[in-house]
Design a protein. Structure first.
Length: 359
């Protein structure tokens, strides 16, 4: 869909929501039996330590905006439940009214540094779906760090040799060119099947060519997964750590898929947060009909997607919809989802946004 098409849908939705609010529809739906049977599972990725949300407003939001979201939950009388209990109660038909569950994908350092203190302040529990390979390995996540470094070099032209297949200079003067350059680097890394060390060297090289102070970015641990020590220190009364595969991938091969789950569980066990993990989130929202049986074999009882929606007892527990909350969602759109009204409005198709592919 064209940008104009997207903005037209958005403008239409906003005007419908405005009319609905003025007519008292939002509160009526919020307090309806229909909404009381349902669970809104909110999905977050990163919360900025610096300006990550300006580079990638789909994956990152500012701490100030996350605070506004939690304020909206509190002001609207929403009941934020631990994910496992919420899902159980949804299928048992015993959910409290206005039920919401909070989930954070990947488990970046900013979750521990920024999100957890906010969750503590508001007394709201959350589940973090942790991808464990990068936690144990340490170091930055290549895909998001490379995009960020290229964004930091915006306005400049940097050499493309050795970091793209075409090798031409990367002219980083427009948002489209910056996105394309990030895609080119990402594609080249996959094509060359770079090792972790080669990826780290490429990141240093991109930063050097772009004149970006990489050492301070590394020191602040932008785009790093929590260390095992940080995971172990998460407050147990507030944060539940669950499955997101070990290497953030879902191979369409039964044994390799199972290995991702088993490695993820074993790693969580080593971190001291237990191996008995029944809740899963599909990395990058990628689903496949074959995964359902494999998840059941692995004793996974719930799995969340990036399909936009509010969960109901009619949903397959291994294909639960969520609302991926982003910087671009207006307060009224967010309220529309909290109340449930937005479930009746037109929305974008697809299981994943382009930005989520890389995370
Ligand atoms: Zn993820």
């Amino acid at each position: 869909m064209s940008t104009n098409g997207v903005s037209l849908v958005k403008a239409t939705k906003l005007s419908i929501l405005n009319v609905a609010r003025q007519a008292g529809m939002l509160t009526r739906v919020r307090d309806s039996r229909w909404r009381a049977e349902r669970l809104l599972i909110l999905a977050y990725h990163g919360v900025s330590l610096a300006d990550e949300h300006e580079a990638d407003p789909e994956l990152y939001m500012s701490p100030a905006l996350l605070r506004k979201r939690l304020e909206a939950l509190r002001a609207g009388g929403y009941q934020v439940l631990p994910l496992g209990a919420a899902i159980q109660r949804m299928y048992d038909g015993t959910l409290p009214s206005r039920a919401v569950a909070l989930t954070f994908d990947d488990g970046t350092h900013d979750f521990a540094a920024v999100a957890v203190p906010l969750l503590r302040e508001f007394g709201m529990p959350a589940t973090v779906y942790l991808t464990t390979y990068y936690s144990e390995r340490g170091g930055p996540i290549f895909d998001t760090m490379s995009s960020y470094l290229i964004w930091c070099a915006r306005g400049k032209t940097i050499g493309g040799e050795g970091i793209t297949s075409h090798g031409r200079p990367l002219v980083l003067t427009t948002p489209a060119a910056i996105d394309q350059a990030a895609e080119d680097v990402y594609a080249y890394a996959r094509e060359c099947d770079w090792s972790s060390e080669e990826k780290d060297r490429a990141l240093e090289e991109i930063a050097r060519r772009g004149g970006v102070d990489y050492q301070s970015i590394l020191a602040r641990r932008l785009f790093h997964i929590m260390t095992p020590e940080e995971v172990a220190a998460l407050p147990r009364d507030l944060v539940d750590v669950q499955l997101h595969t070990h290497r953030h991938r879902v191979p369409v091969d039964r044994d390799l898929f199972r290995r991702e789950i088993d490695d993820n569980r074993r790693s969580l066990g080593r971190m001291g947060v237990g191996e008995d993990k029944p809740h899963f989130c599909y990395p990058s929202g990628v689903t496949n009909p074959a995964f359902i049986a494999w998840l059941k074999e692995a004793a996974v009882t719930s799995a969340t997607t990036c399909r936009v929606g509010i969960a109901s007892p009619q949903d397959d527990p291994l294909l639960l919809p969520r609302l991926v909350d982003t910087t671009e969602l207006t307060p009224l759109e967010f309220e529309g989802w909290l109340t449930g009204v937005s479930a009746f409005l037109p929305r974008r198709r697809g299981t994943s946004t382009p930005a989520l592919r890389k995370y």
